[in-house]
Design a protein around this ligand. Structure first.
Ligand SMILES: *Cc1c(COP(=O)(O)O)cnc(C)c1O
Length: 265
Protein backbone atom coordinates (compact mmCIF):
# COMPACT_ATOMS: atom_id res chain seq x y z
CA UNK A 1 0.00 0.00 0.00
CA UNK A 2 1.52 3.28 -1.04
CA UNK A 3 0.03 6.20 0.77
CA UNK A 4 -3.52 5.38 -0.27
CA UNK A 5 -4.89 4.82 3.21
CA UNK A 6 -7.43 7.60 3.69
CA UNK A 7 -7.22 9.65 6.83
CA UNK A 8 -10.24 9.24 9.11
CA UNK A 9 -10.79 12.97 9.02
CA UNK A 10 -11.00 12.83 5.22
CA UNK A 11 -13.65 10.08 5.49
CA UNK A 12 -15.58 12.21 7.94
CA UNK A 13 -15.40 15.19 5.58
CA UNK A 14 -16.70 13.04 2.72
CA UNK A 15 -19.61 11.85 4.87
CA UNK A 16 -20.49 15.43 5.84
CA UNK A 17 -20.16 16.57 2.22
CA UNK A 18 -22.65 13.98 1.02
CA UNK A 19 -25.09 14.86 3.80
CA UNK A 20 -24.66 18.53 2.94
CA UNK A 21 -25.44 17.84 -0.72
CA UNK A 22 -28.63 16.09 0.35
CA UNK A 23 -29.58 18.98 2.67
CA UNK A 24 -28.95 21.54 -0.09
CA UNK A 25 -31.17 19.55 -2.44
CA UNK A 26 -33.94 19.43 0.17
CA UNK A 27 -33.60 23.18 0.74
CA UNK A 28 -33.78 23.79 -3.02
CA UNK A 29 -36.91 21.62 -3.28
CA UNK A 30 -38.56 23.50 -0.41
CA UNK A 31 -37.65 26.82 -2.06
CA UNK A 32 -39.09 25.63 -5.38
CA UNK A 33 -42.40 24.83 -3.68
CA UNK A 34 -42.81 28.43 -2.56
CA UNK A 35 -40.89 30.38 -5.21
CA UNK A 36 -37.82 31.31 -3.18
CA UNK A 37 -34.16 31.38 -4.18
CA UNK A 38 -32.04 28.72 -2.43
CA UNK A 39 -29.22 31.26 -2.17
CA UNK A 40 -31.40 33.17 0.30
CA UNK A 41 -31.11 30.33 2.85
CA UNK A 42 -27.91 30.11 4.88
CA UNK A 43 -26.85 26.94 6.68
CA UNK A 44 -25.32 27.08 10.15
CA UNK A 45 -23.81 23.72 11.09
CA UNK A 46 -24.50 23.20 14.78
CA UNK A 47 -21.37 21.53 16.16
CA UNK A 48 -22.27 21.46 19.87
CA UNK A 49 -20.89 18.40 21.71
CA UNK A 50 -18.80 17.41 18.67
CA UNK A 51 -15.01 17.47 19.01
CA UNK A 52 -12.72 19.68 16.92
CA UNK A 53 -12.12 16.84 14.42
CA UNK A 54 -15.80 16.95 13.46
CA UNK A 55 -15.64 20.73 13.16
CA UNK A 56 -12.68 20.41 10.80
CA UNK A 57 -14.58 17.81 8.78
CA UNK A 58 -17.52 20.22 8.47
CA UNK A 59 -15.23 22.95 7.19
CA UNK A 60 -13.51 20.58 4.77
CA UNK A 61 -16.98 19.67 3.45
CA UNK A 62 -17.53 23.32 2.54
CA UNK A 63 -19.49 24.60 5.53
CA UNK A 64 -18.37 28.03 6.74
CA UNK A 65 -20.81 28.91 9.51
CA UNK A 66 -20.78 26.96 12.77
CA UNK A 67 -23.24 27.13 15.66
CA UNK A 68 -22.54 26.45 19.31
CA UNK A 69 -24.91 26.63 22.23
CA UNK A 70 -22.43 27.12 25.07
CA UNK A 71 -19.89 29.89 25.33
CA UNK A 72 -17.06 27.90 26.92
CA UNK A 73 -17.43 25.15 24.37
CA UNK A 74 -17.37 27.68 21.54
CA UNK A 75 -14.20 29.29 22.88
CA UNK A 76 -12.48 25.93 23.30
CA UNK A 77 -13.18 24.98 19.69
CA UNK A 78 -12.26 28.38 18.31
CA UNK A 79 -8.83 27.86 19.75
CA UNK A 80 -8.47 24.43 18.15
CA UNK A 81 -10.00 25.33 14.82
CA UNK A 82 -8.50 28.71 14.10
CA UNK A 83 -9.63 30.89 11.24
CA UNK A 84 -7.51 31.48 8.21
CA UNK A 85 -7.96 35.21 8.32
CA UNK A 86 -10.78 35.65 5.83
CA UNK A 87 -13.07 32.81 4.84
CA UNK A 88 -14.22 31.85 8.29
CA UNK A 89 -15.11 29.82 10.15
CA UNK A 90 -17.84 32.11 11.37
CA UNK A 91 -19.11 31.14 14.81
CA UNK A 92 -22.74 31.66 15.77
CA UNK A 93 -23.96 31.49 19.34
CA UNK A 94 -27.36 29.81 19.13
CA UNK A 95 -27.92 28.77 22.75
CA UNK A 96 -28.98 30.51 25.89
CA UNK A 97 -26.52 33.17 27.04
CA UNK A 98 -25.98 34.38 30.58
CA UNK A 99 -25.14 38.04 31.01
CA UNK A 100 -21.87 37.23 32.77
CA UNK A 101 -20.62 35.51 29.61
CA UNK A 102 -21.49 38.42 27.32
CA UNK A 103 -17.94 39.72 27.56
CA UNK A 104 -16.56 36.46 26.17
CA UNK A 105 -18.87 36.46 23.17
CA UNK A 106 -18.70 39.98 21.78
CA UNK A 107 -16.44 40.30 18.80
CA UNK A 108 -16.02 36.52 18.59
CA UNK A 109 -19.45 35.30 17.49
CA UNK A 110 -20.42 36.67 14.09
CA UNK A 111 -24.07 36.54 15.19
CA UNK A 112 -25.69 35.96 18.59
CA UNK A 113 -29.09 34.34 17.88
CA UNK A 114 -30.42 34.28 21.42
CA UNK A 115 -31.06 37.77 22.78
CA UNK A 116 -34.37 37.44 24.61
CA UNK A 117 -34.24 40.04 27.36
CA UNK A 118 -33.21 43.63 27.92
CA UNK A 119 -30.61 42.96 30.59
CA UNK A 120 -28.67 40.66 28.28
CA UNK A 121 -28.89 43.14 25.40
CA UNK A 122 -27.66 45.94 27.68
CA UNK A 123 -24.70 43.89 28.84
CA UNK A 124 -23.78 42.78 25.31
CA UNK A 125 -23.86 46.37 24.07
CA UNK A 126 -21.76 47.58 26.99
CA UNK A 127 -19.17 44.84 26.48
CA UNK A 128 -19.15 45.33 22.73
CA UNK A 129 -18.45 49.00 23.39
CA UNK A 130 -15.50 48.07 25.62
CA UNK A 131 -14.18 45.77 22.90
CA UNK A 132 -14.66 48.47 20.26
CA UNK A 133 -17.04 46.40 18.12
CA UNK A 134 -20.66 46.41 17.00
CA UNK A 135 -22.13 43.00 17.78
CA UNK A 136 -24.69 41.57 15.36
CA UNK A 137 -27.64 39.90 17.13
CA UNK A 138 -31.04 38.35 16.58
CA UNK A 139 -33.90 38.48 19.05
CA UNK A 140 -35.07 35.09 20.26
CA UNK A 141 -38.84 34.79 20.41
CA UNK A 142 -40.50 32.06 22.46
CA UNK A 143 -43.31 31.60 19.96
CA UNK A 144 -44.76 28.58 21.74
CA UNK A 145 -44.62 30.40 25.10
CA UNK A 146 -42.87 27.30 26.41
CA UNK A 147 -41.66 27.91 29.99
CA UNK A 148 -38.62 25.69 29.37
CA UNK A 149 -37.35 27.94 26.59
CA UNK A 150 -35.62 31.28 26.49
CA UNK A 151 -36.76 34.23 24.45
CA UNK A 152 -39.30 36.99 24.80
CA UNK A 153 -42.99 36.39 24.23
CA UNK A 154 -44.41 37.36 20.83
CA UNK A 155 -46.40 40.26 22.29
CA UNK A 156 -43.27 41.81 23.84
CA UNK A 157 -41.04 41.40 20.82
CA UNK A 158 -41.53 44.81 19.21
CA UNK A 159 -41.02 46.53 22.55
CA UNK A 160 -37.75 44.60 23.08
CA UNK A 161 -36.74 45.42 19.54
CA UNK A 162 -37.22 49.15 20.08
CA UNK A 163 -35.06 48.95 23.18
CA UNK A 164 -32.29 46.95 21.51
CA UNK A 165 -32.26 49.19 18.45
CA UNK A 166 -31.38 52.13 20.67
CA UNK A 167 -28.30 50.43 22.10
CA UNK A 168 -25.14 51.86 20.57
CA UNK A 169 -23.07 48.71 20.07
CA UNK A 170 -25.62 46.18 18.87
CA UNK A 171 -26.93 45.67 15.36
CA UNK A 172 -30.20 43.75 15.46
CA UNK A 173 -30.87 42.00 12.18
CA UNK A 174 -33.79 39.63 12.69
CA UNK A 175 -35.57 37.05 14.80
CA UNK A 176 -34.86 33.49 15.91
CA UNK A 177 -37.06 30.79 17.40
CA UNK A 178 -37.03 27.21 18.65
CA UNK A 179 -40.56 25.78 18.36
CA UNK A 180 -41.98 23.53 21.09
CA UNK A 181 -41.15 19.83 20.89
CA UNK A 182 -43.76 18.03 18.78
CA UNK A 183 -45.91 15.28 20.27
CA UNK A 184 -44.56 11.81 19.43
CA UNK A 185 -47.32 11.17 16.91
CA UNK A 186 -47.01 14.56 15.21
CA UNK A 187 -45.10 15.46 12.07
CA UNK A 188 -42.36 17.75 13.38
CA UNK A 189 -42.48 20.11 10.42
CA UNK A 190 -46.24 20.54 10.40
CA UNK A 191 -46.30 20.96 14.20
CA UNK A 192 -43.72 23.74 13.88
CA UNK A 193 -45.32 25.48 10.89
CA UNK A 194 -47.69 27.78 12.82
CA UNK A 195 -44.82 28.86 15.07
CA UNK A 196 -42.59 29.60 12.10
CA UNK A 197 -45.44 31.58 10.59
CA UNK A 198 -45.85 33.62 13.78
CA UNK A 199 -42.14 34.46 13.72
CA UNK A 200 -42.33 35.48 10.09
CA UNK A 201 -45.32 37.73 10.72
CA UNK A 202 -43.47 39.44 13.56
CA UNK A 203 -40.38 39.86 11.38
CA UNK A 204 -42.50 41.32 8.57
CA UNK A 205 -44.03 43.86 10.96
CA UNK A 206 -40.58 44.86 12.18
CA UNK A 207 -39.10 44.95 8.70
CA UNK A 208 -41.81 47.32 7.48
CA UNK A 209 -40.25 49.88 9.81
CA UNK A 210 -36.62 48.75 9.78
CA UNK A 211 -35.45 47.07 6.57
CA UNK A 212 -32.35 45.63 8.25
CA UNK A 213 -34.64 43.25 10.18
CA UNK A 214 -34.10 40.74 7.41
CA UNK A 215 -33.25 37.46 9.10
CA UNK A 216 -35.39 34.57 10.26
CA UNK A 217 -33.28 31.96 12.05
CA UNK A 218 -35.60 28.96 12.22
CA UNK A 219 -35.53 25.30 11.28
CA UNK A 220 -33.51 22.41 12.73
CA UNK A 221 -32.91 18.88 11.46
CA UNK A 222 -36.48 17.68 11.97
CA UNK A 223 -38.31 20.67 10.53
CA UNK A 224 -36.02 22.74 8.28
CA UNK A 225 -37.92 22.14 5.05
CA UNK A 226 -41.09 23.61 6.53
CA UNK A 227 -39.03 26.47 7.99
CA UNK A 228 -37.69 27.23 4.50
CA UNK A 229 -41.22 27.15 3.08
CA UNK A 230 -42.18 29.66 5.78
CA UNK A 231 -39.31 32.02 4.98
CA UNK A 232 -36.24 30.97 7.00
CA UNK A 233 -33.08 32.79 5.94
CA UNK A 234 -30.90 30.78 8.32
CA UNK A 235 -31.41 27.11 9.20
CA UNK A 236 -29.49 25.67 12.17
CA UNK A 237 -28.64 22.05 11.45
CA UNK A 238 -26.84 19.57 13.67
CA UNK A 239 -27.83 15.91 13.41
CA UNK A 240 -28.80 15.90 9.74
CA UNK A 241 -25.32 17.16 8.80
CA UNK A 242 -23.02 15.75 11.46
CA UNK A 243 -24.80 12.68 12.76
CA UNK A 244 -25.87 11.92 16.32
CA UNK A 245 -24.46 13.95 19.19
CA UNK A 246 -22.95 12.90 22.48
CA UNK A 247 -24.69 13.89 25.69
CA UNK A 248 -22.01 16.19 27.00
CA UNK A 249 -20.39 19.37 25.78
CA UNK A 250 -16.94 19.00 24.29
CA UNK A 251 -14.26 19.91 26.81
CA UNK A 252 -10.66 20.49 25.92
CA UNK A 253 -8.15 18.17 27.57
CA UNK A 254 -7.23 19.22 31.10
CA UNK A 255 -4.58 21.90 31.30
CA UNK A 256 -5.39 23.56 27.98
CA UNK A 257 -6.26 27.17 28.77
CA UNK A 258 -9.33 28.87 27.37
CA UNK A 259 -8.11 31.36 24.79
CA UNK A 260 -7.98 35.07 25.27
CA UNK A 261 -9.58 37.23 22.59
CA UNK A 262 -6.23 38.16 21.04
CA UNK A 263 -5.29 34.52 20.59
CA UNK A 264 -8.56 33.80 18.80
CA UNK A 265 -8.13 36.29 16.07
C1 LIG B 1 -28.88 21.77 18.92
C2 LIG B 1 -29.50 22.94 18.27
C3 LIG B 1 -29.79 22.94 16.90
C4 LIG B 1 -29.54 21.76 15.99
O1 LIG B 1 -30.37 20.69 16.30
P1 LIG B 1 -30.57 19.43 15.32
O2 LIG B 1 -31.92 18.94 15.63
O3 LIG B 1 -29.49 18.46 15.64
O4 LIG B 1 -30.46 19.94 13.92
C5 LIG B 1 -30.34 24.09 16.37
N1 LIG B 1 -30.60 25.18 17.12
C6 LIG B 1 -30.32 25.22 18.44
C7 LIG B 1 -30.63 26.45 19.21
C8 LIG B 1 -29.78 24.10 19.06
O5 LIG B 1 -29.53 24.16 20.37
Amino acid sequence: MTGSTPLPERDAADAVASRLADVRRRIADACARVGREPSAVGVVAVTKTHPPEVVRAALAAGLTDLGESRVQEMLAKMKRVPGDGGAGPYWHLVGRLQSNKAKDVVGRAVLVHSVGRRSLADELSKRAGHAGVVQRVLLQVNVGEDPAKGGCTPDRTLELLEHVRDLPNLSVEGLMTIPPMPEPDEDAGEAARPHFRTLRELRDLARDRWPEMAHLSMGMSADFEVAVEEGATIVRLGTVLLGPRGDHPYRPPAGVPVPSREEDR
